[in-house]
Design a protein around this ligand. Sequence first.
Ligand code: ZN
Ligand code: ZN
Length: 176
Amino acid sequence: MQLVHNEIPREFLNVLPEGIKFIALHGRNFLVVESVFCPQGHSLRVDTVKIHGEPAVHIGVRIGAQEGGIFIDSFWGSHNKLYDFIPGESEAVVEAFCPVCGASLMVNDVCKAEGCGGEAHIQMLLPGGKNRVLVCGRLGCPGHRLALQAAPGSLVEEVSAINYFGTHIDDFFGGI
Ligand SMILES: [Zn+2]
Ligand SMILES: [Zn+2]
């Protein structure tokens, strides 16, 4: 399977927000979500679970009557997730919360991914609380975007559109 690599616009490096880091690996450039928080300031990154060598983002979720945790790859655009439960429906909309204090992470935003249009989004705050990462709450949807205060909208849109579909990023990492 071929890796779908999305170039990170060079100009973005000048406005890289705190909490997102830029890394070069095997000659490729990636953005990694380095610190994200719940509305009460709890870090959502955990050192105990790593995906692609980076601490994963841990959120609690409810899907109907089910409740559990999801560990999300911190590589921007990757859709690798680990579940500590088995979600009953593959396209269910989750209700996410902070695994530490239980505060809701849900906000309304319109998902721009083709064929989705979902409004339930998981919000994670970058340091300072003004810049945000928004992820579509529908399982399996690749919709995600950055909401940044001090970056041109077109640039943020370009970065938000970065996606590594399916298992491509795993092929690149050689399955680690
Ligand atoms: Zn919290
Ligand atoms: Zn969506």
